[in-house]
Ligand binder design. Sequence first.
Ligand code: ATP
Length: 903
Amino acid sequence: MEEVLRFALIGLGLGAMYSLASQGLVLIYRGSGVLNFAQGAVGMLGAYVYYEARTTFELPFLVSALIGIAASGIVGVLVQVVIMRRLKNASPLARIVATLGILLTLQSLAVLKYGGRTTFVTPELPQGVIPLSGSIVLPWDRLIMVVIAVVLTVILWAVYKYSRFGLGTSAVAENELAASTLGWSSDRIAMINWAVGSALAGLAAILVSPIITLQVSVMTNLVLAAMATALIAGFRSFPIALVAGLVIGMMQTAVGRFSADIPGLADSLPLVAIVIILLVRGKSLPLRDYIFQKLPLVGSGRIRWRIVVPVLVAAAILIIAVPPRWQDALTITIAAAMITLSIVLLTGYAGQISLAQFAMAGFGAFIAGRMVSIWHVSFEVALISGILATIPVGILIALPAVRTRGITLAVVTLGLGTTLEFMVFNSDFLTGGFFGTQIGQPLLFGLNISAIVHPERYGLVALGLLLLMTLVVGNIRRGRSGRKLIAVRTNERAAAALGISITSAKLYAFGVAAGIAACGGIILAFRSESIVFGSTFTSFNSISAVGWAMIGGIGFLLGPLFGATLAPGSIGAALLNAIPGEFSTFLPLVSGVLIIFFVIQNQNGVAKEMSTLFKGLLPKLARDAKAHSSKELMVPNAASVRVSQKVLEVRNLTVRYGGTVAVEGVTLTVRPGQVLGLIGPNGAGKTSIIDAITGFAPQTEGDVILDGVKMNDLSAMRRARAGVSRSFQSLELFEDCTVLDNLLTAADPFESGSYFLEIFRPSKPRLSPATIEAIREFDLADELDTVVENLPYGKRRLVALARAVAIEPSILLLDEPAAGLGDVESAELAEMVRKLAKNWGIGVLLVEHDMNFVMGLCDEIVVVDFGKKIAEGSPAEVRGDSLVLEAYLGAPSSEEITEGMNR
Ligand SMILES: Nc1ncnc2c1ncn2[C@@H]1O[C@H](COP(=O)(O)OP(=O)(O)OP(=O)(O)O)[C@@H](O)[C@H]1O
């Protein structure tokens, strides 16, 4: 025990550094909404500047330290002003990728100057110890570091709690728009926070460099621990960050001392902390204030054989004809393209950010390599086993994704990938150490395909596999699974409301992507006769791969081909090498800078440019694209629709948001064929009732019963599948998809077999009779191929309604469907709703402020005020009810109430 304590106290230094670096992260996050993956690299830069000032220029310690801290701060300001300011309205993905680009740029600059070597930094703080009890001592330098961390924490806490600037930062963090109307310049606030946050990273790195030495990769990896600390502090509390950082640092040092035989265990501790925090805190669906963000475009997933075949033939000829060095570069490019392709599926289509794809690739290679070295299986068996074994690992990584999204997901995947790297790839015991895993020369169906003896054969096999994987991803994109993934990426709430299982979609995307990455990893690894994992399957490459995907075009099948030319050893490197001089060493730097450039200038990547170019050059292609239009899907005269009729009963419903009681004890019944109005003044609780019925409200009591079956414990998705559909006040359409895709997503059957079958052959899209009917009624036929965000508001409302109807629900809950519509459109809408109820047998619950609309359309009306039901009855009864009159205006007569309600 004494021994544990002794090492824990030594870990205080590391802990203090985590605290400071994480507080820097918190400042940057609160000041600008960016989770800075480059935080470690910015700190590292400060530490190197300090080291140069101290050793090369022999400046005094304090002066050198101040210069180092200032250098980090200045880099922070530059990053904010030059890059982040331009990405203020970009998606979280774009901002994350930008910080990854900065990380790669800074890290490659450092590698160019210092290489991978370790630099020992002379300690400057006092080295003595303070005896505490028995053999337990507290080193002076650790104590000083803790004191610095505590003092800075107190200062930060006071400044951010009491100063004008601190309050401004909080205002910006809560609501940037509101803050700017209060007179705060959000740019200035962001810049100062970036300066201070980055300077803190510099200070932390300078303090810790004598303990952990200066090494490019180590410094950058430490950002994970800082992120874990910041997450525990909820990206908010400085004191909690201080304590959490100290605890993680102490635990890591103590565990590291006693688990030397399990490599990577200590390094994995921050990850464990991250995963636990996410599991405890994560929300499964974003709440109502979910904001639509512009995401990179997604391609159609169609394989244009007229282009693909010549390209394939040219590639094959190239592989056969060029000298072995170039053959290897081509093979590496193909393998990297497969790993990048997995990111197209996972991030481009499904919107899930993963910084673990090289780890997946490495795991596939690990399994395949071990199988060959131990059991001497043939290449095809090893390949398939490697891919199949990696799929569950991908799904495992996805488990946190189910409860989280965006930046936190990026942190988790980075953590899990790094853990694999530390615990498996760097383990001599598991991977064969310095000499690697011996696999000899691979045999494919008895044919020697060794990349050393027959590089052209190996290259062709790689090319074939890339084609296969591209077909798989293309099939997924064009089929139902692709629509589900894109729905999840665009708007999880809307997807759940259509009965799409968010969980299955995410697990599926992670699983398949892991398999594809594994295939790439196996090709990459089997190029030599012994696999050395540590240097290839790194977090650094995982991070880079997201950048390659972005540059190539993260939503396009063709993207990986362009992106992969930036991979180390790829054709891009070979071309740079062909120029006299050591140019290929500049490749990581070039990719870092390109990533930043593309994120700012063109988030759709090279592939989008190329496809536009091709369409311009070959107009027939553009015509082809149109040919597969919606028209063919419009089966003439669909049989009239009759849904399965169910009664919805809501009993004693109560909804709470923390301390606010939004709905209290409301009871109502929606019958088939009936339009029930739900009205009440603003804030009365109407939307909360719809949210509670559909499974979107967080805390509810009472019963929601559909056809005698309680739905209380069902998720939003299950309730939709049971037959309860809804529209949203804010529409929540899949804005960057066409009208047709929005409707098809809803009309797709719920069964999940498509996830597997469509890998091989996508099913033909099919519109349900209800959808076709809705398209006719709402006059949407000419708009089917229009991207929703380009439609006028009135039309978008109709698309939202058509989408809600497309799942052929028994019960339809409409949240202010007439808001913003003109008189003619309103009348058409009323006609349609009536038809849905009378002809189709749907039970409709209608929330609406337009009283003429409600009174003219509803069979019965329920009135709520302050969350309670105050009246119900026919429109005439409600109009004359004194409580209702009072709730609306205190209006004296029933004529005035309709007028008052309409105001
Ligand atoms: N996510 C939330 N967190 C906290 N309070 C909430 C939340 N959503 C709604 N509320 C509160 O619950 C109450 C009911 O809101 P709700 O939106 O359900 O009313 P509404 O009748 O639909 O209003 P409106 O007609 O303006 O849309 C309001 O006081 C609102 O401020």
